[in-house]
Structure formats: C-alpha cells, structure tokens
Design a binder for this molecule. Sequence first.
Ligand code: CS2
Length: 464
Amino acid sequence: MVRLSRATLSRVAPAARPLAEPRVTGVVHLGIGAFHRAHQAVYTERAMAATGEDRWGICGASQRSTDVADRLRPQDCLYGVRAGDEVRVVGSVREVLVPGDDLAARLAAPQTAVVTLTITEQAYRRAPGPGATPGMVSSASSGTASGVASGAAAGAIGRLVAGLRARAAADAGPLTVLSCDNLPDNGATLAGLVAELCEPRLLGWVGENVSFPATMVDRIVPATTPADLDDVAARLGVSDLGAVVTEPFAQWVIEDRFAGDRPAWDRAGALLVKDVRPYERMKLRLLNGSHSAIAYLSGAEHVSEAVGDPAFAEYLRRLMDDDLSPTLDGLDGFDLAGYKESLLARFANPGLRHRVAQIAMDGSQKLPQRLLDPARDRLAGGHEPRWIALAVAGWMRHVTTARELHDPLADRLRGDGTAGPAATVRRLLAIEEIFGADLRENRVFTGLVTDCLERLNAGGALLP
Ligand code: CS2
C-alpha cells in the first residue's frame, strides 16, 4: 500500500482530506505525541479552516526520540485521526524536530506567536530541596531559586527557556506559552519554573513579553497500536504510520490572556474564559482521578472492561459523588451529574482500547492533583475520603508488587516486598514529594489507607 503524503493525498476520499494547508509556522509545540496530534493540532487546523488563515502551521518537537519524526517526515507531516467511525487526515503540522535540532531558532522566529506544551507531568518536577514544596507542582511558582528543578532545567522547560533567550535577543515580539498538561494551575506553574531558570535580564523581558495562560485539555487518546495503524490504512486507502485513534469528544478551555496573536481556536470549539480553575479541577479530579482509580484497582486490561463491571462502576460513582464532587466549586449552573454520567459513558467506549497500564505510569506525579488534593479538602471538612483512600491503597499495592514500574520515583517506591500493610503505608506516606508533610500526620487518612491496603491484600471486595 502506498504511503500517505501530499503526493498521494488524491487517493484519500475528499471528505477525509486536510481542512487546511498552512504556509507559515505560527505555533511551536513541545512534546508532539499522540495527544497533541489528536487535540491541539486538530483545533488549530479547524481554526485555520474557519478563518481561511494559513499562518498557523505547527512545528512539533519531540523531547527524547526520533520516532514521531521518522513516522511523519516521510508523510509530509500528514497523519490520520480516527474518532469513532470518522477518519480524517490532519494538515496543520508542517515540521517535526528531533532532539538536537534548532528549536531555539523556531521559538525566536517572529512569525511564531504561540508555544504549546504537552510534556507530561514529570517534566514539571522540581528537585527535592529547600525550594521544593509538597505536591510539588501546585506551588512551584512560589518557590525560590534554590528549588530549581533538575528535571525542568535539563528537559523541555530548559529548552523553552533557551528559546525565550534567543527570542529576547532577536527582539522577536510577544509570545504566549500554553501548558496543556494535566496539572493544576498549569500556566502559573510553568511560569514559575521558567522564572527560576531565567537570569534577571531575561526575566524582565519575559515579564513584559510572554504570557502563560492556564488551560484545561481533554480527549482520551490511547497509545496507537499496530492494529490501529492497519485499521486507519484500510479506511484511508494509504498507509499511515503517524495515525492516532481517539474518541469523538474533545474539550479545550483556555484562559483568555494572550500576549499577542493566536489561532482562532474559539472558532474551532475551544472555550476562552477568564478563569480555567473550576474546569481544570473538575477534569483533573473526576476524569483523571477516576482514571487512576481504575488503573490501580480494577484489575482489567482496558478501561472499558473495568467500567463494564457493574460493581466497579458503582465504586467509581461513589468515588465521584462522595469524595470528589464535594471538593469542586465555581460550577454554578453546570450539569455536574450529566458530566459524571458522560465520563462513565466515555470510559465505556468499546472502540477505545485504552490500556490501564498506560494510565498507571508515573503515578507519583499524578496522584497529588488527582486524588490527594481532594482527599485533603475532604479531611479538612471533617469527612472520611474512603474511596480515595482505596485508590491510594491500590496505588501502593501496585508500586510494591508490579513487575515493571514506570515512574520517575520507582527506586524509592518499590520496597522489598516483605513489609506488612501498616509499614508499607508508613514508608510510602513519608515520601514528601508525593504526600507532602501533612498526610502522614493525619490519623484519619493513615488509618483509612492502612485498612484499605489490608482489605486489598486479603482480596476483599471494593465495596463493603
Ligand atoms: C490519563 C490521561 O494517562 C492518563 O493518566 O488519565 O491521559 C487522560 O486520558 C486524559 O487526560 C484525557 O483528557
């Protein structure tokens, strides 16, 4: 089968061809994985289609490997997105960079007006130290230079700062930097980490020229499998090694605080608002929190199988209703009950082969904002967040028993496998980078998690 490219596009059904053919690169994206290709790249293409603009092509950079470049470059950066039964070739990506390419030059180009990032939670990690704070990310912006993140400095955020330095030197104009990672206050968090890596002069320039709006992004995008590639090829009539498979649903809420020009994402369905926080909390806690609970408790291989089990679906309802929803505010007039039902329906989508192992990765970086912050809120109100405690105990069982543990803190999490539940809970709750200094002191929380871990180890049912 011939490979997808501009030259072979004529073989693709007209309705499945790109909506736009940008001639200028206006957006640089750091972390061009499947999620970006199925989310921001799609919004950006639709925005261009809605306005007829052709200056919002995307230059996507990979953080570590050449895999995406190897797949997309031979295809002129075209790739298919299948959502439900619909497949369409997306045309917004113009270039893919690999580590070592001159990303700073792209960030310094005057036509670049926006930088988006999907670099995953762990790229925002701060090194433990005097400036590091419990729950790391949520208060990163209030840290001091002594807490500069080793990961952030060496990784994507360091590369972003190098690009800002080049842009300042070129006097190339204002820039908006949009974190699209699943973190609370992702804009301010990123701004704080950037500030820690800037010398005073650069910091002054950033303060005047760069904004870091908060965003909430949502679309379930499982890692692409060989079977997905075969399926998309059969539907498109050309082979496509860059294809992604996702759900029909997509949501993007963006704080309306741009430093300069931007694609008309509002014309593509994105919501531009004054305050993202209510949406962001709702999504991080209800969707991502449930996802993590599924990953550590269900025992299923795929999310859809987990929620197909009525007892497990009932557990998720209680988790959302009793422990997570009461911690949300600012959603007056919003149909929260409908949102929760729609989450269960999205999770149940049998067309999405979403492996729970994918969600289970990097739990140490996900737990704080998804489950521990709401647990704190409930504890502070005198409540017992027992469904959250169960998910946390599930995570503890996972990190102490998993054959392969994919987590930046793996070495500290594993343990020797001989400790009983109480000792395991004590040892893990002492890791301040995850649990802060407060949760281990909280008798209610410690008791709940210990009970739950005992119950899980004994093979007990999730619901009493
Ligand atoms: C998931 C998210 O892998 C995970 O941790 O919870 O990637 C989730 O699918 C997305 O945030 C959905 O928007």
